[in-house]
Ligand binder design. Sequence first.
Ligand code: GLN
Length: 291
Amino acid sequence: MILKIILKEELKKGAEYLLHAGIKHYQLESEILLSHILEVSREKLHIRDEADILDEKYAKWMSVLAERKKLRPIAYLLGKKEFMSMDFFVDENVLIPRPETEFLVEKVQELARDKRNFPWWIIDLGAGSGNIAVSLLKHLNEGLVFATDISGDALKVAKKNAEKHNVENRIVFFEGCWFLPFEGKNLEGKMDFIVSNPPYLTRVEMDSITPDVGYEPKKALYGGEDGLRFYPGIINGALKFLKPGGYLILEIGVEHKEKILNLIDNGGYDKPEVIKDYSGFDRVIAVRKTV
Ligand code: GLN
């Protein structure tokens, strides 16, 4: 059955509903969600007065509003999130890409500009939606990524994103834990870059996550009691797989800098560089394997 709706009224209804749910950008979100359901641009919603809509689509509009009221992240409702000015598919099997992770990608781009020995070989550990791997390949032109994730369902999303952005023939996906899938693949000493945004929230941070973050996969967020569970293995493993002069670039938690610098100090690496995010927090560490 086809229904006729008055767009202005629906937008207002959506906005009021979201306002009552305590959503800060209620008007904007009402527009974003309705344009998603109707598959038209937000501008179009304001140009036209009425629209014809199938009753099941109308039911979908009501259900996304109800889900958003329960604070399900808008990225999951839309099935996508922007990262490095590119659209990525997301679902509840993957972490929603964060703007601060763009600092990691930008650092690799910067380091890659100074190197001559492309194509670059890169490992991405805990690829999730594939946002880091895919955006790197898109920007670097020359390169090959070996991406791992412990979750097969996350890798399905990453593969879709690789196809969406036409880099699927330059990524090899491995399901498994950190460096484990690379054992016996003869990749030791071959990498120009190893990148990772590992789970790094502490127990205390996990206990106080906001309801929207609660929809994201725990195993993509939680880094053990002190948030540092995965860093020693990554820092040691990277020494094995990097070329001399290759770089390890990691995202880190807000209070982790000193402890991670200590781990790096154990040998094999040059002096690390720490990069701050938009909020001024130490967020990314880049370090070169000693030549
Ligand atoms: N690499 C993905 C990202 O940076 C996923 C990271 C993760 O799941 N911890 O968003």
